[in-house]
Design a protein around this ligand. Structure first.
Ligand code: 5GP
Ligand code: ZN
Length: 113
């Protein structure tokens, strides 16, 4: 499948990983929109939030868990951060493999990632 984030999961496209477990990977965004900007993705290919169904909803919990852990590891847990999912055209989703942005390290104002 021609999916950029599947290639990041496989390691055929390099990424700067923050953490990884059986179900999810967290890595730095190539074009950071905040001092700290990482992406949390499931290893399983799911195109967007619209395609999450059944047992895959457990992955959303895993994504939140990994986001919380990454925020601690990156030192932004105390000061706070934003967790964002962009879905579809109006959400301006550009990579069609489910991902959540973790943005922090500064007051974010109206920034949405
Ligand atoms: P979206 O707009 O789909 O919610 O976010 C996609 C994100 O993926 C963007 O913030 C973009 O900078 C990031 N991105 C796109 N290509 C790459 C890449 O090859 N490597 C990494 N690490 N991030 C990428
Ligand atoms: Zn994929």
């Amino acid at each position: 499948m021609d999916c950029l984030f599947c290639k990041i999961v496989e390691g055929t496209i390099p990424s700067n990983k923050v953490l990884e477990n059986e179900q999810v990977v967290v890595f730095h965004d190539i074009q950071p929109a905040a001092p700290t900007h990482v992406l949390v993705i499931p290893k399983k290919h799911i195109a967007s939030m619209n395609e999450v169904e059944g047992e895959d909803f457990a992955l959303i919990g895993e994504i939140h868990k990994a986001a919380q852990e990454a925020a601690k590891q990156l030192g932004i847990a105390e000061s706070g951060y934003r967790l964002i999912n962009n879905c579809g055209k109006d959400g301006e989703q550009t990579v069609h493999h489910l991902h959540y942005h973790v943005l922090g390290g500064a007051r974010l104002g109206a920034l949405t990632g």
